[in-house]
Design a protein around this ligand. Sequence first.
Ligand code: UDX
Length: 517
Amino acid sequence: MAIQDLANGQAAAPASDAGGRSGGDDIKAHFVFIPIMFQGHLIPAVDTALLLATHGALATVVVTPSYTSRIRPTIDFAHTSGLPVRLLELPLDLAAEGLPAGADDVDKVPPDLWTNYFRALARLRTPLERQLLADADVAHPVTCVVADFCHPWAKELAASLRVPRLCFFSMCAFCLLCQHNVERFGSYDGVADANELVVVPGLERRVEVSRAQAPGFFRDMPGFEKFGDEVEQALVEADGIVTNSFLEMEPEFVAGYAGARRMKVWTVGPVSLFHHRTTTTTSASRGNTAAIDADECLMWLDDKEPSSVVYVSFGSLAQANSKQVIELGLGLEASGHPFIWVVKNAHQHGQDVIEFLHELEGRVAGRGMLIRGWAPQVMILSHVAVGSFVTHCGWNSTMEAVAAGLPVVTWPHFADQFLNAKLAVEVLGIGVDVGVTEPVMYRMDLKEIVVGREVVEKAVRSVMDGGEEGEERRRRARVLAAKARDAVEEGGSSYGNLLDLVKRFEVDTAGCVVATA
Ligand code: UDX
């Protein structure tokens, strides 16, 4: 385990030699990012680290071995751009928690051993602390820990290092506030049916949600009761919150959440816009190696009319069952629109699905493209030919749609996705909902068909055509994208928040952190 400059595969040079944009000796803030190793959390954390580096900070990103190669291209790009970013690879002690070899890859954690996985993560604290102290660079001591909210143990780590700690959320303030308010005001108390809708208290607008849709972090996971309390306590004691959102999109919810938590919320997104300054190769491999050649994909898109293609993907976790896969494919075919459909774990389906997909490809040749595996999502979404996004409403995908100015078809599966869908449809007015009301687990084994082919077809037609209503939705999406771009440009809210973070968490000449939130 070591801090490495993985671009060169060697021990890192001190940051002062790393050639950061503002010059190594000018670096006064050093953020240690501790993401959790889910792509939907890791990817935005890495982008945020890079954004802080572009604003003059040193950023160290902690990663477990299975994920190093997935973020290496982005880190390599940062190095060639002279950004002071370092990776700190630490293995999990899997054996100590009874986990099988390879289970630091979350796709390989046995379903009944999730509590063990989280305990193994907590064991990172001691080696991480030891490593950070051993690598302590007098010129660039750690000045702030930025830990995913799923790492409550980072509280003790930061205390031990005597530095402030920020909680990182790859979620919007609307979701965080709704979730917080239903818990704070006991909205589910006495509500026996988990699918009964309650009105979210403390909001100016009426938003309804059920306990099944928004149970709270780790609140619906057997075995995680105590852990859920620890997560909440670590959040209460944090020195602030960093989110991949932007102020102009949801000002009332950012203010509402900051007020409710009585702490500063730094919105720094959309963080995917960092990739506007990377190369096609780098953005195509954001988060993983793409299962399709980037140039081939771009050529296919170049051949299509502007705003004509529907992009369909359900993120890094959700897995549809076989009947649902077929139903979705038939709906896309019937819609008549060109589409790119990302089919996760296609090889794990039975022969019926494999044959169906093969035949579908034949029927829609030239009009429909299937990507079996990891798609270069941000690269695809930013192509002018793409006109809408059928999404599970993971927050990153939602933000990436917003950044690209695309209306969405909302098909939430679990976690924060129902609230994100509500934000897109009811608040931002850029979404068409498929009408799913109950969550499915990420392996989707509860129900066979959740959304029928006719519903898929109708939703796609509605988001791509949809008359005046459709045009208005598309206009709102374009306006929002312009605001998103402004937010990350010099003078914008997210740009300002990144600068503020760097300024607040710098050290003074005595080696003390200047300010906390
Ligand atoms: C998880 C949760 O499910 C989600 O609800 C939460 O908001 C974040 O963590 P995930 O389901 O993977 O995330 O979805 P999402 O938030 O959209 O993140 C996926 C990320 O992986 C996005 O940045 C997306 O661009 C990227 N991705 C995913 C690809 O680049 N290619 C793919 O094929 C799949």
